[in-house]
Write a protein that binds this ligand. Structure first.
Ligand code: HEC
Ligand code: HEC
Ligand code: HEC
Ligand code: HEC
Ligand code: HEC
Length: 214
């Protein structure tokens, strides 16, 4: 049999909008939109050996559902392609003091399917994002992504490239918390304090920072 291993195949179901706009409602990206997010990510827009769904996933194994095999459906680590030393956080000045997985910052749970986290409902939904790129500016999800607390919207994307970018409240407040105390159990950090650390957080990276600026 011919096997179609294109991202478009997965995108026949993992989508919500015929134009692949990323739909959000009531504070979260809506669920089963991985293809829409992916289409606005550097992995669809970038050049070179960019991964599609099946370069990172084994479609016959589980990422979240099968209790005995959680995570076996993920077959590629970010550092299979992105150099681990270049992207280690200890290269930063000052360094981020704690080890954090790539996916914890770059694939935060911005989507909500059933319910958000009990302990951190504002910043942790239940579906990991596939936007991947992070905006290091001191803007919140409303201004930076167009995610509104009490209405439906489409995620903002760069007019020229189509790139969407995750704001720092999603990338960082799963661990840190904001001035109102919303967020994780780590230290309180304003968006501008986060931005100071986040801007150029991988100083050893040889990439031109940000496909958005192309
Ligand atoms: C015919 C529709 C359909 C197609 C095509 C499809 N999926 Fe899914 N997929 C679903 C549904 C329905 C779910 C469960 C509901 C959900 O999680 O949104 C799901 C769940 C998943 C999950 C999370 C569940 C888990 O434990 O792993 C992953 C990962 C996934 N699909 C990857 C893929 C990939 C990769 C492809 C392309 C090879 C693909 N899917 C193609 C319908 C589909
Ligand atoms: C199969 C190889 C591969 C894997 C696995 C991979 N990437 Fe990428 N990634 C690429 C390529 C190629 C580009 C595009 C580079 C370009 O065009 O400059 C890219 C681009 C990016 C960019 C944008 C870079 C820029 O210049 O702005 C980010 C952010 C990123 N990847 C994060 C991740 C994260 C996080 C993971 C793990 C969840 C990951 N990548 C896994 C190959 C990969
Ligand atoms: C660069 C690698 C990469 C690419 C490309 C990628 N994924 Fe994923 N995906 C992951 C990782 C890693 C996770 C687990 C994230 C976590 O839980 O921390 C994941 C999780 C998922 C989930 C479960 C989300 C949840 O939290 O319930 C689904 C569904 C999924 N991917 C579908 C897709 C589809 C469909 C595509 C293509 C449109 C795709 N992925 C492309 C790496 C990737
Ligand atoms: C997985 C959890 C986690 C994530 C995600 C995370 N951090 Fe941290 N961060 C920590 C821990 C743990 C510390 C050290 C104790 C503390 O300050 O809470 C820390 C400390 C810091 C500090 C204080 C540094 C110092 O020397 O005093 C800054 C600034 C910071 N993080 C910025 C960020 C930014 C920016 C992001 C998002 C891009 C982020 N963090 C994401 C866990 C995390
Ligand atoms: C503490 C949160 C955090 C962790 C952990 C993290 N990143 Fe990043 N990453 C960011 C932020 C914030 C940016 C945007 C920096 C900017 O715009 O100046 C970024 C940018 C990037 C970029 C695009 C820009 C560039 O310089 O090429 C890539 C690719 C990337 N990270 C890969 C990774 C990989 C691979 C890992 C794991 C080894 C990782 N990141 C771990 C926060 C993080």
């Amino acid at each position: 049999m011919d096997v179609d291993s294109s991202s478009e195949l997965c995108g026949r179901c993992h989508t919500r909008d015929p134009y692949n706009r990323i739909m959000a409602s009531n504070g979260y990206i809506r669920h089963h939109e991985q293809y829409d997010e992916f289409r606005h990510s550097p992995h669809a827009i970038g050049e070179g050996n960019v991964p599609g769904c099946n370069d990172c996933h084994d479609a016959h194994a589980s990422v979240v559902i099968d209790d005995d095999a959680i995570g076996t459906g993920v077959t590629a680590a970010c550092t299979d392609c992105h150099d681990a030393t270049e992207y280690a956080l200890n290269g930063n000045t000052p360094p981020h003091p704690a080890f954090v997985e790539c996916t914890q910052c770059h694939m935060p749970k911005i989507g909500r399917s059933a319910k958000a986290s009990d302990s951190n409902p504002k910043y942790v939904g239940d579906v990991a994002s596939h936007i991947f790129a992070i905006n290091s500016d001191a803007v919140n999800m409303e201004d930076g992504m167009g995610i509104l607390a009490d209405a439906a919207s489409f995620i903002k994307t760069d007019e020229q490239t189509g790139l969407a970018r995750i704001t720092l409240d999603w990338a960082c407040y799963r661990c840190h918390n904001d001035e109102n105390g919303d967020g994780g159990g780590g230290s309180t950090k304003s968006l501008s304090e986060l931005s100071t650390m986040a801007d150029g957080i991988h100083p050893a990276s040889t990439k031109s920072r940000g496909i958005a600026s192309r």
